[in-house]
Design a protein around this ligand. Structure first.
Ligand code: GLU
Length: 489
C-alpha cells in the first residue's frame, strides 16, 4: 500500500516548485490507489505562521490536489502538525542518547565557529569539530541538571559509505566522513528538520519520499537516523529543481511563483495543474493537454526526468487557452464572473448569462490567453463608445455611410438574433450592388457596430452580441439593429 506525503514548512507563500512536488506525490498516490498525507512542518517557530498554512491549504485545494490525511481532516497517524508532536521527538532523542547514538552538545554558536575555523586551518574537514561527541553521558546529565543548555547531536557512524537507490537519480553513495554530526534537538527543545522528518515519516508509515533534489544531501543523514532508530528507510525520489528560462532557480524575477499570483493573474486551475504535472515528466503518447483524471492514469514516476525543468510562462499561457476551450460554457462563465466584477462589469447570476459569458470568453481567448486579459477585452461586447472623430470619419465618406445604411436597411426587416450566414449574404449583396469590397466594406461597418477600428473578427463577434441581446442579461447586450440605429441617428 503506497503512502506518500507532502511536508511543507508554512513560512511564506507556497512556491510553484513545491506545488509541483505536492502534485507528483498526489498523482503517484492516486494512480496507485495509495494514501497521500499532508504534514505541516512548522517547527521553525519564528518563521512559521498559521496564516501561511491556511493559504497553503487553500492553494493546494484550488489547484485540485487532495489529501487523505492532514491537519485539517485528521487521520490515524496524527497530529499532522509538527509543532504538536514535540513530545514524540523528545522521547526518540532520549532513546538515542541512552543507546549512545546521540549526545548532548554544550558548544555555543561562537565556539563552534571557532572550532570549525581551527579545523579548516589545520586542513581537517569540519567533521572533527565537535568536541562533545565523546563526553561522558553521566557528566553531561549533571551539567544539564545544573542548568546548562545543551543541544542533542546525532552521532554519525564514521568510515562507512551510505548508499541508497533513488527512483529518479539512480544510485547515490556518500562517504559518512563528509557529514557533520547534526543537531537533532536544539537547545530550546525544538527538533531539527532532519530528525523530526525521520520520526514522522516512519511513524506515519511513509514508504516513498518524493521531494525536491535540494534535500538530496539530507537523505544520507536521514538514512543513518532511520538505521539508528531501527526502522527501514522509505524509498526516495528526488525531483529536479524548477528553473527560470535563464536556468537559475525560478524566482520572482522571472514572473509569478506563487499559486496565489497565478490565480489572480487569470490562470485556470486545471491549466496550472496540467502544466506543473508536465514539468519534468510527459506521458508516452506525447499528449500535452490533459485533464486531472488523464494525468493520474498516465503518470509514471519512473519516467520523471532528472534534468532540471524550465518553467516556460508562454507555454503555460498557451495551455491556459487550451483549457479555456475545453471548459463548458457555464463553468467558464462562472469563473469569469469574478474577473469581470473586478473590472466593474457586473452581470446577473443566471445560468444563461454564465453560458453566454463563457461563449464570449472563448471567442476572446482566440486573442488573449489569461482570464484577466479576457475580462479586459470583454468591454467590446457590452459598451460601445463612439468617438466623434470616428463617427465623422464614416459620415463624411460617401461609400462608408452607404454601406452602413444599406446594411441597416437589410437587417432592420429581419428577426433577431440574426445569424452570421445572413450577415455574410447581405454583405455579398451590397458588394455586388455597389462594387464596394474588402476593407471599404467591412471597416465602416466595424466602426458603426463596435465603435472601434479593429477587433474581433465579425464572424465571431456578431453571433455573440446577437445571441446575448435575446437573453435576459443585465446589463443588456445590444444587437446590431440597436447599434446601427444609434449610430445613424
Ligand atoms: N519541510 C521541508 C521543506 O519544506 C520538507 C522536506 C521533505 O519533504 O522532507 O523543504
Amino acid at each position: 500500500m503506497i503512502r506518500v506525503r507532502f511536508a511543507p514548512s508554512p513560512t511564506g507563500f507556497v512556491h510553484v516548485g513545491n506545488v509541483r512536488t505536492a502534485l507528483f506525490n498526489f498523482l503517484y498516490s492516486k494512480k496507485g490507489n495509495g494514501t497521500f498525507v499532508l504534514r505541516i512542518e512548522d517547527t521553525d517557530v519564528e518563521r512559521s505562521k498559521r496564516d501561511y498554512e491556511i493559504n497553503l491549504i487553500n492553494d493546494l485545494k484550488w489547484i485540485g490536489i487532495e489529501w487523505d490525511e492532514g491537519p485539517d481532516i485528521g487521520g490515524k497517524f496524527g497530529p499532522y502538525r509538527q509543532s504538536e508532536r514535540v513530545e514524540v521527538y523528545r522521547k526518540y532523542a532520549e532513546r538515542l542518547i541512552a543507546e549512545d547514538k546521540a549526545y548532548y552538545c554544550f558548544c555555543s554558536k561562537e565556539e563552534l565557529e571557532k572550532q570549525k575555523e581551527g579545523a579548516m586551518k589545520q586542513g581537517n574537514s569540519p567533521v572533527y569539530v565537535d568536541k562533545c561527541r565523546n563526553l561522558d553521558i553521566e557528566e553531561s546529565k549533571i551539567r544539564i541538571k545544573k542548568g546548562e543548555k545543551a543541544a542533542v547531536r546525532f552521532k554519525i557512524q564514521r568510515n562507512i559509505y551510505i548508499e541508497f537507490k533513488d527512483m529518479i537519480r539512480g544510485n547515490v553513495k556518500i562517504d559518512s566522513n563528509l557529514l557533520i554530526d547534526p543537531v537533532i534537538v536544539r537547545s530550546n527543545g525544538i527538533p531539527a528538520y532532519n530528525f523530526s522528518v525521520v520520526i514522522d515519516d516512519s511513524l506515519m508509515k511513509i514508504n516513498l519520499v518524493i521531494r525536491g533534489e535540494d534535500h538530496l544531501s539530507n537523505t544520507s543523514l536521514q538514512i543513518l537516523i532511520y538505521k539508528a532508530i531501527g526502522i527501514k528507510p522509505p524509498e526516495f525520489a528526488h525531483l529536479s529543481m524548477v528553473m527560470g528560462p535563464d536556468n537559475t532557480k525560478l524566482s520572482k524575477r522571472h514572473g509569478s511563483t506563487s499559486i496565489f499570483q497565478f490565480r489572480e493573474n487569470g490562470y485556470l486551475q486545471q491549466a496550472l495543474f496540467n502544466y506543473l504535472a508536465l514539468l519534468g515528466w510527459s506521458p508516452d503518447n506525447g499528449k500535452e493537454i490533459l485533464l486531472k483524471h488523464e494525468l493520474i492514469s498516465a503518470f509514471d514516476l519512473n519516467k520523471v526526468s532528472k534534468s532540471s525543468a524550465i518553467f516556460d510562462y508562454k507555454k503555460l499561457q498557451w495551455m491556459n487557452r487550451e483549457h479555456i476551450r475545453l471548459m463548458n460554457d457555464e463553468e467558464l462563465g462562472n469563473v469569469m464572473t469574478s474577473f469581470l466584477e473586478k473590472r466593474g462589469i457586473k452581470f446577473n447570476h443566471e445560468i444563461e448569462t454564465f453560458k453566454w459569458i463563457g461563449q464570449a470568453s472563448k471567442v476572446l481567448s482566440n486573442y488573449k490567453h489569461l482570464l484577466t486579459e479576457i475580462s479586459e477585452d470583454f468591454k467590446e461586447f457590452i459598451s460601445i463608445d463612439y468617438s466623434k472623430e470616428l463617427i465623422k470619419k464614416i459620415k463624411d465618406s460617401e461609400t462608408s455611410i452607404k454601406v452602413v445604411s444599406m446594411f441597416f436597411e437589410e437587417i432592420s426587416v429581419l428577426d433577431s438574433p440574426i445569424e452570421f450566414s445572413k450577415v455574410a449574404e447581405i454583405l455579398k449583396k451590397i458588394q455586388v450592388q455597389t462594387k464596394i469590397k474588402g476593407k471599404e466594406l467591412y471597416h465602416p461597418l466595424r466602426i458603426a457596430l463596435t465603435g472601434k477600428e479593429s477587433g474581433i473578427e465579425f464572424k465571431e463577434y456578431i453571433p455573440i452580441i446577437e445571441r446575448g441581446s435575446t437573453l435576459n442579461i443585465e446589463p443588456c447586450v445590444k444587437n446590431m439593429k440597436y447599434r446601427l440605429m444609434a449610430f445613424l441617428k
